[in-house]
Design a protein around this ligand. Structure first.
Ligand code: GCU
Length: 658
């Protein structure tokens, strides 16, 4: 049975003008993604693999991208350059640069790869993407080699004559948030697409294709690969090398791409199943968007402006999209059963966001064959709301671009779909599934109780001292401990017990004053926010559930002021070397009122200017921080921020010491 999408009105539009009218899309029938060569749909994962997938892949090869190029041996020319570095001042990283030779011949083509890795023990997942303007444009790090390859003249990125200049450094860095991904535990790899195929209509002779024995002029065979196929081949050759590195998890390399390079990421993921996950960002026509919709960019426009991206046969489908024996949903289906992300931007109508979504809907039957849910919905989601399971789709606010928001969503999917098998649980600690109701929760055996269930006289609480190391001046009221605020808003209390890694439980109630502001300062450095955030959407990295200035909560789980709330936090402290530099970031998993609000959020040096060691610091606190930096063990600090928050039943359970 053919999958079909029927829209109510059949309309017309001028081929020369892009169609942005949903009504003019009309009615179309998509080829059945499950069909084998005889047109009969398969009904098992085995038959998909053996019969339908090879057939559908061949249709994409012969009609859209051209035949897959053969693998060649990959070696490193010269040495692999490895250096420790601190990015953005406080994110420790290893920067690796290598020139890969693609083929056996001494004069085989090369590509320069840039890879940043977090300074962690063990193998990490890596996002691999090609870039548009050279590795040096992706990040301001002055030690990135400046590309000497041809690139199109462009004032905005300081490309002149037509090469990069020193001023080109970092000009695309908004699209590659290395630090944010490293602190989440991912490596980031990139290379310039122009190393293997200069992105211009006459780029073929200067590409790697002659080295692979492919014709570059005259009448090309209809299924001759173009730029996208060559870039996809480059991604696979980089993967050949990446998986030889001891720091890289060979089963968790994720291929990502934006726009034309998003089309490329999809084709690379289709041709090379070693990519563990496939991410298409704003890939549009010839990428995730259905060609048959004729909405925004069409096969006619793309093949006349960028004839070199596809195989010559694709051009023949200009204005005849509905004769194509495949459509872009079959490209998406090639990712199955792996996780796939299709990301759109609402102002990027040229790339047809809805056509990208409908393509993902139409690809779903293949995931279903594997017993998986793909998108799990046929309803177009609201803005900035990822939907789906094995296929994730979202439409972001804003225009055609790949931004920090997008990368965070890619990382969310990778965490959810890939890393679940190997949760980076520190040092084999027990699973963390805290009980949060009913309140109060009885402390487990071995817990150190800092605030008991009932406090009748705060002066008897020997588990905390004030900022100067003396007795605390907070008061008890109605059996609970109440923040006593002074004009400095720094009248915090500091636990005398210290810990390195610990599970921390705290029951609290916000007050109406000063927006209910208080907090749990983990080690005195990192604040799990307490704040009246009930109903705030979307919550920010300053709302309750956030690790202040590091990560907003996954969901807003705050309750109204006047109700008891509960945090359970698994705090894995950062590891420092003898000089005090963080060598392994810390991470936090937190539950708030029964909801997971942080999931192994990575963090490095403290970011808040208000930590007790900075704002209102005393000699006593200086000593506490010194001890922390030399031993890795620190206190829990309950925060005064001008609001009489209440606490009861606060305890810690050390994870790494008896
Ligand atoms: C053009 C082209 C798109 C492509 C984009 C890009 O807009 O028409 O198909 O995705 O360039 O790669 O930036």
């Amino acid at each position: 049975m053919a999958a079909s999408v029927v829209l109510p009105l059949e309309g017309t539009f001028l081929a020369a003008e892009p169609n942005y009218d949903e009504a003019a899309v009309g009615q179309y029938t998509l080829p059945d993604v499950l069909a084998g060569p005889d047109g009969v749909p398969v009904s098992s994962p085995e038959a998909w693999r053996k019969i339908a997938r090879p057939h559908q892949l061949e249709l994409l090869e012969t009609c859209v991208y051209g035949r897959r190029l053969p693998a060649v041996p990959v070696s490193v020319t010269g040495t692999v350059e490895r250096a420790d570095c601190l990015l953005a001042g406080d994110v420790p990283a290893v920067r690796i640069q290598a020139t890969l030779r693609l083929g056996e011949a001494a004069d085989a083509p090369t590509t320069d790869v840039l890879l940043y890795l977090p300074k962690t023990e063990g193998r990490v997942p890596v996002f691999l993407q090609l870039n548009f303007r050279g590795n040096h444009a992706e990040h301001p790090d002055p030690d990135i080699r400046l590309s000497t390859a041809w690139m199109p003249d462009d004032k905005a990125t300081a490309i002149v004559d037509p090469h990069a200049t020193e001023a080109s450094r970092g000009t695309s860095s908004q699209r590659w948030p290395v630090e944010a991904m490293l602190v989440r535990g991912f490596g980031m790899a990139t290379a310039y697409c122009g190393d293997v195929f200069p992105d211009r209509a006459d780029g073929r002779p200067a590409s790697v294709l002659p080295s692979l024995g492919r014709p570059v002029d005259g009448t090309l065979p209809p299924d001759e690969p173009g730029g996208i196929a060559t870039w996809a081949w480059q991604l696979s050759r980089i993967l050949d090398w990446l998986i030889t590195l001891p720091e890289v998890d060979p089963e968790q390399v994720i291929v990502v791409g934006h726009s034309r390079l998003g089309k490329t990421a999809l084709w690379a993921g289709a041709c090379d199943e070693r990519f563990a996950m496939v991410v298409s960002n704003n890939s549009g026509c010839g990428g995730a968007a259905l060609s048959r919709r004729n909405f925004g960019e069409t096969v006619g426009t793309i093949t006349s402006r960028f004839p070199h991206w596809f195989c010559p046969a694709f051009t023949m489908y200009a204005d005849r999209e509905r004769d194509l024996p495949c459509d872009q949903h079959t490209l998406l289906a090639m990712a199955a059963p792996r996780p796939l992300v299709v990301a759109s931007a609402v102002r990027d109508r040229w790339a047809d966001p809805r056509g990208e979504f409908l393509s993902a809907v139409a690809a779903e039957p293949v995931w279903k064959l594997f017993g998986l849910t793909g998108l799990g919905t046929t309803e177009y989601p609201p803005l900035d709301t990822p939907v789906g399971e094995s296929i994730t789709y979202y439409v972001r606010t804003g225009r055609h671009d790949m931004l920090a928001y997008d990368w965070q969503r890619f990382a969310d999917v990778a965490d959810r779909m890939l890393r679940k098998q190997t949760p980076p649980q520190a040092d084999g600690y027990p699973a963390f599934h805290p009980v949060q109701s009913p309140l109060p929760v009885t402390p487990p055996a071995g817990a150190v109780v800092l605030v008991p269930e009932r406090v009748d006289d705060a002066a008897t609480l020997m588990t905390f001292v004030g900022m100067n190391g003396g007795a605390i001046d907070w008061k008890a009221d109605d059996g609970t401990l109440v923040v006593h605020s002074t004009t400095s808003h720094a009248n915090h209390i500091v636990s005398t017990a210290v810990f390195r890694d610990a599970d921390i439980h705290a029951e609290f109630m916000t007050a109406t004053e000063a927006k209910g502001n208080s907090g749990l300062y983990l080690h005195g450095h990192y604040e799990m926010q307490i704040y009246d955030s009930f109903g705030v959407q979307p919550p920010t990295d300053q709302d309750e559930g956030s690790l202040y200035r590091f990560g907003k909560p996954i969901v807003n789980a705050s309750l109204p002021t006047g109700q008891w709330q509960v945090y359970d936090i698994r705090f894995i402290a950062p590891r420092r070397d003898a000089s005090g530099t963080i060598v392994t970031p810390g991470n936090v998993t937190a539950w708030l009122n029964g909801r997971l609000v942080q999931n192994e959020l990575r963090f490095t040096e403290p970011r808040s200017p208000y930590t007790p060691y900075k704002h209102g610091v005393t000699d006593y606190l200086k000593g506490v921080e010194k001890h922390l930096l030399s031993t890795g063990e620190g206190p829990l600090v309950l925060q005064d921020h001008g609001s009489p928050a209440r606490f009861r039943n606060v305890w810690i359970k050390r994870l790494d010491t008896p």
